[in-house]
Design a binder for this molecule. Structure first.
Ligand code: PEP
Ligand code: MG
Length: 736
């Protein structure tokens, strides 16, 4: 097509050519402006003065209807259509029949291409398809700036207009300023007209074959969960991938002269337009699935990987995705990862656990974000509040840069405390250990200046794997953890799966109340092979060194005893085989089910230590689901009820001379940690990022004084002592 002359001239040439090819008296192009109005950009047949002077709102007139529905419209009596809007300046009165098609690119409406005839003409299906094909080519040329001067599309305002502020759910804390990387890059189809239809048909057949095989493999379990897909979504993929209607439409589109890629795009555009009109949210949700599937098909056709992980990443990558599995996040170069923003996602999803382990901010449930952002857009992700800014204004960038500088300064202050022991002003030493679960956590142990790993969640290795880790893999992993930890102690917690931690490859019946269901030690005792394998791997990895391990979710003493017996069997096996033992073994129990607190006289003589899991404890104590946002925050750990409970456990442990620690998230928050020290806790296990702030608090605390303050308030009827404790900290200049 014409390359010379002004953009308007080129567009004018295009409409003239189309009009003559379609044997139409009129051909016009309307382009969508940032203010969502459609502007007439070129016409053959209507009055030239109307160009850049005729505007229609989305949904207004025939042009607005085509744009709004993203569907073609063919009418032999245009004026009789209810949406018809009279625009006298165009001089369109004599033209009776009308055929309009949307200019679509990657599912977005860029404008409308319309032809008109003076006679009452019934446009044929082939004519409509031909015009749609031309519209695809035009959309590509418009987007590339080949046909219109992008400045004429008011690009400056366009950018401003796309500036966005979204509010999602804060999942992993921290602030990041960076640039968007679309986890699944959108494929832009550039070659539209096929040279050899038979060859294109062959290509689509092959790509569909690959797609089906891929979906089957994902469903077979080998890879289930790798990309965070749920089984239902994969089943939907499989249904579509085998859907005859979909395949027939793809073939038809190729037979009309399109390349295989353009056919996928055309069919997807049509499907999108159909599903967009659905009011049923379930059906509209399927649009996402179909978009994903079409993208997968395009990736097979183009032969490029589906995710951006292998690409040249910007050094400040903010990954934008609909959803993602933990292994996929680990595929990215962590040096360049700044944040993760998901349309779906939840605090307890496996990918969230990995994001927290990597120490990157993560925001979930940001509606529509994958459609709204382009690769390379500047983004600010605030993992503290759940805020996401796209194309932020200079004022917002300034304010966030200031926040980021402030955080960096505080981090530097905390780093200065690295080698200082955490001792209160009245001389009480507190051991600060970290929670970990992946190899990526290990460097934090030394960086944070922590005394060890107080909770190593072994299930994370299982959660991010695509198949059950073999004995040799488990052994190698634990060996590496112990090697990295060096002389610092590591407390391994045996597999805590079930509840919200579902292993994609382990058959698991759906439960009404998974948190109260078949999980952790209950699975371990019912499937002793699983626990024995893990214990074997731990014993072998710790040969000749100290081993500390504990069992999760113990609700009664007999469960601890049964698990301990399995350990003894494994020890006897080592003996039999003449294999080396660990130099010392300490076995503990988690206390996260309240019932155990009333069996301490029976339990404590059997254990070497106990560790309180406040995350689960809170939900069982108050009967309040930790994953349910409606009730998750309803009860406070700083209530007299919980504090009295904890005080009771600490006192009992004192009587039996058994060390007790607390390893739930609560211990990582300075105000809560302050209270725990006052209650008598001398070991806390906390997220690595909390070591600095908690240590800074301890250094300014008079624990004896606070213990008196707390004791006086334990019998109050208040639902929380939070504000009184915060006041104490303020009055005593304790940094929180
Ligand atoms: C807890 O419940 O407090 C705990 C530490 O275990 P998790 O969070 O892994 O369930
Ligand atoms: Mg727990």
């Amino acid at each position: 097509m014409a390359q010379s002359g002004s953009a308007d001239d080129r567009l004018q040439t295009v409409v003239r050519l189309i009009a003559s090819n379609m044997v139409a008296e009129v051909c016009s192009i309307y382009l969508l402006q940032p203010d969502n109005r459609l502007e007439l950009f070129a016409t053959e047949g209507l009055r030239a003065e109307a160009v850049h002077n005729t505007f229609l709102a989305l949904g207004e007139g025939l042009v607005g209807t085509v744009a709004q529905t993203a569907r073609p419209l063919a009418l032999s009596h245009a004026q009789q259509h209810p949406a018809f809007a009279h625009r006298p300046e165009t001089g369109e009165d004599p033209y009776l029949s009308y055929l309009g098609v949307p200019l679509l690119r990657s599912g977005r409406v860029l404008g409308v291409l319309a032809v008109q005839n003076a006679t009452t003409r019934a446009y044929k299906l082939e004519e409509m398809e031909a015009l749609e094909t031309v519209a695809m080519v035009l959309a590509e040329m418009v987007a590339s700036g080949e046909l219109v001067n992008l400045a004429a599309l008011h690009q400056a305002e366009l950018v401003d207009d796309r500036a966005m502020h979204h509010h999602g759910v804060a999942i992993s804390e921290g602030i990041a300023l960076g640039h968007a990387v679309l986890h699944q890059p959108r494929f832009h189809v550039t070659k539209i007209i096929a040279e050899d239809t038979a060859e294109e048909l062959g290509r689509i057949e092959e790509a569909i074959g690959q797609l089906r095989a891929q979906v089957d493999a994902m469903l077979s379990g080998d890879n289930l969960g790798r990309a965070g897909e749920h089984r239902e979504i994969l089943e939907t993929y499989r249904m579509f991938a085998n859907d005859r209607g979909w395949l027939a439409r793809l073939r038809e589109a190729i037979e009309s002269g399109l390349t295989a890629e353009a056919a996928v795009e055309r069919v997807q555009n049509e499907t999108r337009a159909r599903l967009m009109r659905q009011t049923d949210p379930y059906l509209r949700e399927r649009l996402h699935d179909l978009d994903d599937l079409a993208n997968r098909l395009l990736s097979h056709l183009v032969g490029v990987p589906l995710t951006a992980a292998g690409d040249d990443l910007p050094t400040d990558a903010i990954i934008i995705a609909r959803n993602m599995g933990p292994a996929e996040l680990l595929d990215y170069d962590s040096d360049k990862l700044r944040a993760l923003v998901l349309e779906e996602g939840s605090a307890t999803a496996h990918v969230s656990i990995v994001a927290r382990a990597l120490g990157i901010p993560m925001i979930g449930r940001v509606e529509g974000i994958t459609d709204l952002l382009e690769a390379g857009d500047a983004v600010i992700a605030d993992g503290d509040t759940g805020e996401v800014y796209a194309l932020p204004s200079p004022e917002i960038v300034d304010s966030y840069s200031e926040k980021a500088r402030f955080r960096a300064k505080r981090q530097a202050q905390f780093r200065e405390l690295h080698d200082k022991p955490a001792v209160t002003k009245d001389g009480i030493a507190v051991s600060l250990t970290i929670n970990a679960g992946l190899m990526v956590d290990l460097p934090h142990l030394h960086e944070a200046g922590a005394d060890g790993i107080g909770l190593f969640r072994t299930e994370l290795q299982f959660l991010i794997a695509s198949a059950m880790p073999k004995l040799s893999e488990q052994r190698a992993f634990y060996t590496e953890v112990l090697d990295e930890a060096g002389d610092k102690p590591v407390t391994f917690r045996t597999l805590d799966v079930g509840g919200d931690k579902v292993l994609p490859y382990l058959a698991h019946a759906k439960e009404e109340n998974p948190a109260l269901g078949w999980r952790a030690i209950r699975i371990a005792l019912d499937r002793p092979g699983l626990l024995r394998y893990q214990l074997r791997a731990l014993l072998q990895a710790a040969a000749g060194r100290d081993l500390r391990l504990m069992f999760p979710m113990v609700a009664q003493v007999s469960e601890f005893q049964a698990a301990r017996e399995l350990l003894d069997k494994e020890l006897a096996r080592l003996e039999r085989l003449g294999q080396p033992r660990p130099s010392d073994i300490k076995v503990g129990s988690m206390l996260e089910v309240p019932s155990l607190a009333w069996q301490l006289d029976a339990l404590l003589p059997l254990v070497d230590f106990i560790s309180i899991g406040s995350n689960d404890l809170l939900q069982f104590f108050f009967a309040s689901d930790r994953g349910n946002p409606r009730v998750g925050d309803r009860y406070d750990l700083l209530s007299p009820a919980v504090l009295s409970f904890l005080q009771h456990v600490v006192a009992q442990c004192g009587v039996h001379d058994v060390p007790v620690s607390l390893c739930g998230e609560m211990a990582g928050r300075p105000l809560e940690a302050m209270t725990l020290v006052a209650l008598g806790f001398r070991t806390l296990s906390i997220p690595p990022a909390a070591v600095g702030p908690v240590k800074a608090m301890i250094l300014e605390l008079d624990a004896g004084k606070l213990a008196g303050f707390v004791n006086e308030r334990l019998s109050l009827p208040d639902s929380s002592l939070r504000s009184q404790l915060a006041e104490f900290a303020f009055d005593n200049k304790i940094p929180l």
